[in-house]
Design a protein around this ligand. Structure first.
Ligand code: GRF
Length: 321
């Protein structure tokens, strides 16, 4: 099994979501481990539970400290623990932009509503008062705006006719305890998930001008130009022709460039069957270390090779300025 992802969990209170994550991490095939439970409240009950389970803990009260200063102390503790992800589990502090930026795409939160509905507090009563039939919980990536980052997963929880906020909250909490460990596990292994990898490629390929997607022999491919006469500039290969399991095929500028790439990084590039002769190259996407900016620039360079002159001419002109 690949090395486990390392998480730091931040709590302020009872820590039941922390407990759910911690117990899930005891399973040998769980893809993450917990390196730290940290809190802004030294009296948080969750800290005691973590200690009893031999998880390192850290607490530093925020009182009297500027937000940035307190966040920096927490950040240091997280880094020292070796964590690669920050998982918020009832952490009742708004985080500074600086902290959020440092952990961008590596910090998750759970919120007791079906986001984008009911950001902030008092979510249960607001759902009941609105006459909603369902409430629920959401796991999302943390961005500077409160409870606003991309939602990774949600669970719907039916609202019963005689529900009050407490009863609803306790059922949503059960759903949270299922959702959070599963979503964290999926997120930390996303780099090996073919669907996630494909979505990354797709986003970058379709960001180029006049492109569309069309399957070629069952594999996703991207073309530039019209639907009718467009030309392929990239193919997604998954266990294609018995080669490495996931790769992107793009066109190089010449056979010389193709062989230079193969020679420079034999672990990253390989010669694709059938396409190799016409200057295409395969880039492995299953190494777990994909540099997505590099993929974007390879897609662009391949696009330039086959794009109609009217498109590349405009770029050539723009590049002169
Ligand atoms: C949960 O309701 C969670 O959705 C919210 O804070 C609460 C934390 O509870 N973010 P616990 O400390 O995990 O028990």
């Amino acid at each position: 099994m690949a090395e486990k992802a390392k998480l730091a969990i931040l709590i302020s209170g009872r820590g039941s979501n922390m407990a759910a994550l911690l117990y899930a991490a005891k399973s040998p095939d769980c893809p993450y481990e917990i390196t730290l439970v940290a809190s802004n409240d030294p009296g948080a009950p969750g800290l005691k539970l973590a200690e009893a389970e031999s998880i390192p803990t850290f607490a530093h009260p925020h009182k009297g400290l500027a937000r940035e200063a307190h966040d920096a102390i927490i950040h240091d503790a997280v880094i020292r623990s070796g964590a690669q992800y920050v998982v918020l589990a009832g952490y009742m502090r708004i985080l500074s932009d600086d902290f959020v930026r440092k952990w961008m795409d590596h910090m998750l939160n759970i919120h007791p509503s079906l986001l984008p509905k009911y950001k902030g507090l008092d979510t249960y009563q607001r759902a009941i008062d609105a006459g909603d039939k369902v409430a629920g919980c959401s796991v999302h990536l943390v961005t500077p705006e409160l409870d606003d980052g991309p939602v990774l997963a949600q669970t719907e929880v039916a609202i019963l006719a005689d529900d009050d906020a407490d009863r609803l909250a306790s059922r949503i909490l059960i759903a949270e305890h299922q959702l959070y460990p599963a979503t964290v596990a999926k997120y930390v292994t996303r780099q090996a998930d073919p669907d996630w990898i494909l979505a990354q490629v797709r986003e970058r390929a379709l960001a180029l001008e006049e492109t569309h997607e069309r399957a070629s022999f069952g594999a996703p491919g991207w073309r530039v130009g019209s639907e009718k006469s467009g030309k392929y500039f990239a193919y997604f290969a998954q266990s294609h022709h018995g080669e490495a399991s996931i790769a992107l095929l793009v066109k190089t500028t010449s056979l010389d460039e193709q062989s230079a790439l193969l020679e420079a990084e034999p672990d990253l590039y390989y010669l694709p069957k059938f396409y190799g002769k016409s200057g295409w190259i395969a880039i492995r996407l299953d190494t777990g270390r994909t540099d997505w900016d590099h993929i974007a620039s390879r897609l662009y360079s391949s696009w330039c090779q086959v794009a109609p002159k009217r498109l590349t001419k405009m770029i050539a002109i723009a590049e002169q300025f």
